[in-house]
Design a protein around this ligand. Structure first.
Ligand code: AHR
Length: 497
């Protein structure tokens, strides 16, 4: 098969906000306990933070991590997780039917984030609590001192504020499963008032309002319109969440889901701009795709889990090779919307639907680790509006779907050009050309490929490198004419400099 990629260095989509490569740690399963934190582990540092995990998070160059939930946050009392550990209460977590010991809380997370070289995106509880408690936690985190909560932070050993800039106003409040679930109007009002109070306290913060929990919610569209109409002026971003699964074992259909994600983003943007027009507003609301991933492998195992235990093996999807292809395509999709998608969080980071897994004997990279790492490390710069002319296939859900997903990123300062591409064709390689004469003096630095003969190949503790990147010499640049081959079912990163 043949395809052409068309770009022009003056035709730009927009600068990549590095927060688009964010991730997520929730108090859920073994994400915190046995994930980022495990006292008495041979891998733990003096605070109990797992150093092997920190090393892998650094390898991913994760710029921001959402915390502490997720569904968990909608019943969370942040006060339970601060102060002397011996005095912290164990509580029931009704979101995941487990017991939360609170031995890890927001101060430990702030310490961990520093060690991992990342920023915090903090969520407040707008399920069972409201604006008052949101203001309190902000005061505890960001206020300099001389007030009850800021002095409490100091008493807990944190003299300097954590200075957290990005705040989620609750989580998935449209979902009937959510503690404190609300109607769009109810949520819009509380989001507006919470954001207003929080910005009185610290005008330098930005806030994210909850959009739909997925494109398939019955309330999708109505939810965004109604609740944004209430809080448009007070918030900065609208969230989107979406997970995909290959439950019918139909790989081509599964890989078509990036088209669904693209349509989801476009639809939400239309609604944001519609509310903007109705309000005659000059302000633009951008998007925070703060939960996205593949999630389905662990569903059955999770339905058998014993309740009211601590840190069970929950949502531990073992990702296969085809999952990595879809994750690559989802990253490309978000990058293609870099003008409006400013924040995104791969959900999640460690053990729970995660690129990184741990056991008592070490940590390893799941298949999805690689496209995420490549995008985060090499995807910084400006997105070139990338036209892809490629063969299509017919999907039951989405109609015509391109066999090739691709996006080009230009890092002008570093004089680097990166092409990300997924060839979704399961049978044929794709010969691809691109007129790069505006970058005529650039040379191919490397062409990284992730592929496997077995779409279901996985990385495990026993065999952690079954799916790992290799290098290709198929990419050639001659007088500004670029040509390459993207092998059948492959994730590709071509770097030119
Ligand atoms: O990421 C797992 C869960 O998925 C989150 O807690 C929730 O927000 C979503 O439904």
């Amino acid at each position: 098969k043949k395809a052409e990629i068309i770009v022009d260095k003056y035709y730009l989509t927009g600068k990549v906000d590095k927060r688009i490569f964010g991730s997520f740690i929730e108090h859920l399963g073994r994400a915190v306990y046995e994930g980022i934190y495990q006292e008495n582990s041979p891998f733990a540092d003096e605070q109990g933070m797992r150093k092997d995990v920190i090393d892998l998070v650094k390898e991913l160059q994760v710029p921001i991590v959402r915390y502490p939930g997720g569904n968990f946050v909608s019943g969370y009392h942040w006060e339970d997780g601060v102060g002397p550990k011996s005095e912290r209460p164990s509580k029931v977590d009704l979101a995941w039917s487990v017991i939360e010991t609170n031995q890890f809380g927001l101060n430990e997370f702030a310490d961990w984030a520093k060690k991992a070289g990342t920023q915090i995106m903090m969520a407040v509880n707008l399920g069972t609590r409201g604006p008052e408690e949101a203001k309190d936690v902000l005061e505890y985190c960001n206020f300099k001192g001389g007030t009850y909560y800021s002095d409490l932070r100091k008493k807990h050993g944190y003299e300097q504020p954590h200075d957290i800039k990005l705040w989620c106003l609750g989580n998935e409040m449209d979902g009937p499963w959510q503690m404190g679930h609300k109607t769009a109007k109810e949520y819009g009002r509380v989001a507006a008032e919470t954001s207003r109070l929080m910005k009185f306290m610290d005008p330098t913060i930005e806030t994210v309002a909850c959009g739909s929990s997925s494109l398939t919610m019955d309330t999708f569209g109505y939810w965004e319109d109604e609740m944004l109409s209430e809080c448009y002026d007070q918030v900065d971003y609208l969230s989107l969440h979406q997970y995909y699964g290959n439950r019918d074992n139909n790989t081509t259909e599964f890989l078509a889901n990036s088209k669904g994600m693209d349509e989801f983003i476009s639809s939400v943007l239309s609604i944001c701009d519609c509310v903007k027009a109705k309000k005659r507003s000059k302000k633009q609301i951008n998007l925070s795709f703060d939960e996205w991933n593949v999630w389905y492998h662990s569903n059955e195992a999770d339905s058998q889990l014993e309740k009211w235990v601590q840190a069970p093996h929950q949502l531990e999807d073992v990702y296969n090779f085809e999952d990595a292809l879809l994750v690559g395509s989802m990253l490309i999709t978000m990058l293609r919307h870099a003008d409006r998608v400013k924040v995104a969080c791969l959900a999640q980071l460690v053990n729970v639907i995660a690129p990184i897994m741990t056991s008592d004997t070490g940590a390893w990279r799941q298949t999805i680790f690689y496209p995420y790492m490549h995008a985060s490390v090499f995807g910084r710069g400006t997105v070139l509006n990338t036209l892809v002319q490629a063969p299509v296939y017919e999907s039951k859900t989405y109609g015509e779907v391109s066999c090739l997903d691709s996006v080009c990123i230009w890092n002008e300062e570093a004089e680097e050009l990166t092409v990300f591409a997924v060839n979704k064709d399961l049978e044929e390689d794709m010969q691809v050309t691109c007129d790069f004469r505006q970058f005529a003096d650039y040379k191919v630095v490397e062409h990284i490929v992730l592929t496997n003969d077995d779409m279901k190949a996985v990385n495990t503790e026993a065999a952690p490198d079954c799916v790992a990147p290799v290098y290709s010499n198929a990419s050639v640049m001659e007088d500004g004419r670029f040509s390459t081959v993207f092998g059948k079912h492959s994730w590709n990163v071509v770097r030119l400099k």
